[in-house]
Design a binder for this molecule. Structure first.
Ligand SMILES: N[C@@H](CCC(=O)N[C@@H](CS)C(=O)NCC(=O)O)C(=O)O
Length: 242
């Protein structure tokens, strides 16, 4: 198989690449990485992704990390259907938007890791945790693991992150004049935001997605979730239904 994706089902960056692959109609071999067992920090995985995060795409044996970069690579290799704007200015706007969304991942992690990494990390002994932290390549993620294990984010910190994520929706509301975030068609700009909006609507601030609150975002979300690729990419719920 030419395309192999190392990913996690609940990972936003992985979800972005799965959405992109499905929109392109590209078949791929998926390998699930268990983040709670630190498979992303194993020497074998670090050899293909030195940042120790998912996703990683391997194309014809060559690994590539960073979900935004991976999507742009796929666009260059498999141009149909186009998912990046052709006009240089719009393409530049799209890249800045993806960069902004990437910068907000820490806010999402505060909510998301309560359903994944925290479950195992809280059960670690101090010695196990110390060993686990030593395997993590980035200082930022060491801190996130430590917080998940020993000092869960409090209500004020979660609220601060909730507000930051809702500000993303405000920016989207302003950008969505033409129905899509950049230009007049669905693009990587939209796909980059989808995993975030999924979690905001599911748990973090569902009221912020009401049509009365942000009509354009509400219409956009209805259009996104109606796409067959959205269903195929499996952005399954974090929170089990009662
Ligand atoms: N900027 C990276 C972010 C990747 C990332 O943060 N992945 C998370 C899941 S969404 C991860 O692997 N977390 C596990 C960890 O940090 O230990 C990208 O877009 O690929």
């Amino acid at each position: 198989m030419a395309l192999v994706l190392y990913h996690a089902w609940k990972s936003s960056a992985s979800r972005r690449v799965r959405l992109f692959l499905e929109e392109k109609g590209l078949a791929y071999e998926g390998h699930e990485i268990d983040l709670t067992r630190q498979e992303q920090h194993s020497p074998a995985y670090l050899a293909i992704n030195p940042l120790g995060v998912v996703p990683t795409l391997v194309h014809d044996g060559r690994p590539l990390h960073e979900s935004g970069t991976v999507c742009e690579y796929l666009e260059a290799m498999f141009p149909d259907p186009p998912l990046c704007p052709a006009a240089p200015y719009d393409l530049a706007l799209m890249r800045n938007w993806v960069r902004y969304v990437d910068g907000e991942i820490g806010h999402l992690i505060r909510f998301n890791w309560r359903y994944s990494i925290a479950e195992r990390a809280t059960a670690m002994s101090d010695a196990e945790l110390e060993a686990a932290l030593q395997r993590i390549p980035s200082a930022e993620r060491r801190e996130a693991w430590l917080r998940a294990a020993r000092r869960p984010y409090d209500a004020a910190e979660l609220d601060q992150s909730r507000q930051a994520l809702v500000r993303m929706l405000d920016r989207m509301e302003a950008m969505l004049e033409g129905g899509w975030l950049i230009g007049d068609r669905y693009s990587l700009a939209d796909i980059a935001a989808v995993p975030f909006v999924r979690r905001i609507g599911e748990e973090i601030a569902p009221e912020a997605l009401e049509p009365a609150a942000r009509p354009r975002v509400a219409d956009w979300w209805a259009a996104v979730t109606a796409r067959p690729a959205y269903t195929r990419a499996r952005l399954d719920p974090f929170v089990a239904a009662d």
